[in-house]
Design a protein around this ligand. Structure first.
Ligand code: NAI
Length: 315
């Protein structure tokens, strides 16, 4: 897709970070934009920006893990803008950090429910509507560079992102005959509010094995404060959509990064390569360890079966 004028774009997580960056850039490119988000304050802030610009942007408060709410949102888009979206951005996502061995069912259910389940809900809700409308279009999902590898301190998130990378390749192949393009954006660090994701964690999934408090949230905030500007990131995505690329990696040296990543996979399939990778992982863990005075990325203190260095000291 090269011409974005008059296209309807549905953006999950459109109230903040990467999703808001997309809303700003694609609205500027002439799209009618729907921002869908679970946080009313994020939607209000975003809408104040768009109202000032007099841009055709519509906000929907919804939890994308709620399939009925998703269907109602799809109906609302058609009522407000007259057609299903031609652009679907599955951008909303959440994260929480802690040792894989401390993870609870609820850690997995929450993170995978939003990051994978939310994307599935978007696809199952909108793909038939997009095909029936017969106007073609493009679907983009925000995964992560982290989806290309496992990470001992972020297992639910890493596997959710690996899953959506794989999922988008399936849809890329499946939707070609309908004139619907598919991309998966795999960013590194983004300047966003994802450090606060735990504020949206549902009560029924509150049971976590990780050490989470305002101190750990602030540690994550300070990391993301250094991230890529969301509008700049949306620019990478727009170029990827224009070029009909499946993978959009917003790094100048992405080809080299991918080669090194797949060398890692090859390494893990031989004994000498495995030793090399173990050594690299040990060094990385030591570096990470130095950043964790707040207890960020650690298990809860009372999980005494988790090794001491991976456990928080206070609760
Ligand atoms: P963000 O927190 O600033 O924006 C995400 C938005 O999604 C928030 O407004 C939040 O309220 C919304 N959201 C969360 N759960 C929701 C739900 N159940 N239903 C509806 N909306 C929900 O975070 P950010 O960083 O902009 O995240 C966007 C995407 O980028 C996510 O998929 C994330 O995993 C991905 N990503 C982020 C990176 C980073 O460094 N921040 C790096 C790589 C990927």
């Amino acid at each position: 897709m090269k011409d974005f004028k008059g296209k309807v774009a549905f953006i999950t997580g459109g109230g903040s970070g990467a999703g808001l960056g997309q809303a700003k850039l694609f609205s500027q490119a002439g799209c009618k934009v729907v921002i869908a988000d679970i946080r009313q304050d994020h939607l209000d802030e975003a809408m104040a920006y768009f109202k000032e610009k007099k841009a055709p942007v519509h906000a929907i408060k919804m939890d994308l893990t709620d399939r009925k709410a998703y269907a109602a949102a799809a109906d609302e888009v058609e009522k407000v803008f007259g057609s299903p979206p031609q652009l679907l951005f599955n951008t909303a996502g959440v994260n929480t950090f802690g040792p894989a061995e401390a993870s609870t069912f609820e850690d997995y259910d929450w993170v995978l429910g939003v990051n994978l389940g939310g994307v599935i809900n978007g696809l199952v809700t909108f793909v038939p509507r997009m095909i029936k409308a017969g106007k073609g279009g493009h679907i983009a999902t925000v995964a992560s560079w982290g989806g290309f590898m496992g990470f001992a301190g972020d297992a639910p998130y890493s596997c959710s992102k690996a899953a959506v990378i794989n999922l988008m390749e399936s849809y890329y192949l499946a939707l070609k005959p309908y004139g619907i393009g598919v991309s998966v954006l795999c960013p590194g660090n983004i300047r966003s509010n994802i450090g606060e994701a735990v504020y949206t964690r549902p009560k029924r999934l509150a049971n976590t094995g990780y050490h989470v408090n305002e101190g750990t949230i602030n540690s994550i905030r300070s990391i993301h404060a250094q991230g890529m500007d969301p509008v700049e990131l949306a620019g990478w995505l727009k170029r990827g959509i224009e070029n009909e690329q499946l993978y959009v990696l917003p790094f100048p040296n992405s080809e080299q990064m991918l080669r090194e990543n797949f060398e890692r996979v090859i390494d893990f399939s031989t004994p000498e390569g495995t030793r090399r990778q173990d050594e690299l992982a040990r060094k990385r863990q030591a570096e990470m360890g130095e950043r964790r005075e707040s207890g960020f990325g650690k298990a809860k203190a009372d999980l005494t079966w988790v090794r001491e260095s991976a456990r928080a000291k206070e609760q």
